[in-house]
Design a protein around this ligand. Sequence first.
Ligand code: GRA
Length: 385
Amino acid sequence: MDFGLNEELQAMKEAARDFTEKEIIPNADKWDEEHFFPVEVIKKMGELGYYGCPIPEKYGGSDVGFLAQTILTEEVGRGSSSIRVAFNTQCLGNALSVLRHGTEEQKQKFIPDLISAKKIGCFAITEANAGSDVMSLKSTAKLDGDGFILNGSKTWISFASRADIAIVYAYHDRSAGSKGLSAFMVDMHSEGISTSDLDKLGTRSSPTSEIFFEDVKLPKDSLIGNLGDGVKIVFGSLNQTRLCCAAGGVGLAQACLEAVIQYCNEREQFGQQVGKFQMNQETIGQMAAQIEAARLLTYRAAWQKDQGQLGNTLEMSYAKYVAGETATFCAQSAMKILGAYGYSNEYPVARYYRDAVLYQIVEGTVNVQKMIIALDQLGYRKANR
Ligand code: GRA
């Protein structure tokens, strides 16, 4: 076993921290307040190769792997949970699915543009009545001559209103049950597509939208994989995108810990630094230990993927669950320790607090992760396949 980062990973981590310190952290609160989507920064990260770590060089990636991508995600997530989302929209939920299931032509057409962020991507699973219950989605893509006609709506889709392309999950045949679900790469500028941005508590510089599809004509080659491969592609994709959320949760929790440490060493009350009070020490001890646990679980899941185990749903659920709970615990703890300085919008802790909750919701809620784990433990349903 080797728990250390090699030189290459360490250098990537430091470079990403430097980038985040310079390009993201000074602006993150303002962007959040103004609901501003900093597309130039997202594109710059694409030019720097941030989204291409698990993608072969042939398609413009660096092929350095999932652990590398996870470390970059954690560092960016330490600065902004909104910008962190781009690792999913550009790579794990999009380019990677095309890499795993697309034709050679689709790979060449979509992957380089996504990972360089020349094109902004999104992936559309969730619907108004299909959140945790993915299979109950209602969108349809009916065979029509040489292509398909897409109808339905999606909601809570990150980056949808700014996206050029989207992977959309829809039933080509509802009567065929899970065999009737398929995945399509959709040009978001097509006729019949409209979006509407949603208002939300946090991650306010990452736009989240509803999408409406009205008789959208899809060419035959928009189908990813075969008809009926939707289940395999969607759950395979969730298994990778959860890694990004876990890494983001670790990054946010780390930012909370750093804010607390700085405050405890500066702020004095009752004639001493507030870090000298045992109640604050207890909290800092809990925060630091939980962050280490979440980080190790997340790195382990990434490492497994680098060994070729992309179907590591169980270990991914451990990581996503613990990272989500850790992010929320650390944000609440930071708020308690910083008091009014935490509650004030002048300091980033208020933003961390609003953003943290999302890590308990996105990419499978805390309860979904616990259910996956428990069903596996009980022997009712194996998580890894
Ligand atoms: O056998 P079958 O052909 O009927 O297929 C079933 C099963 O084999 C079917 O799905 C298959 N399947 C899988 N295939 C490959 C299930 N899990 C896997 C897998 N890991 N790999 C239905 O299976 P089932 O067991 O009957 O599932 P279910 O009871 O319908 O649901 C299970 C569960 C609740 C775990 C699942 O639906 C789930 O994971 N729900 C959570 C949905 C979720 O994570 N949504 C996230 C939306 S995207 C998002 O949040 C964007 C965030 C952006 C950002 O911030 O980064």
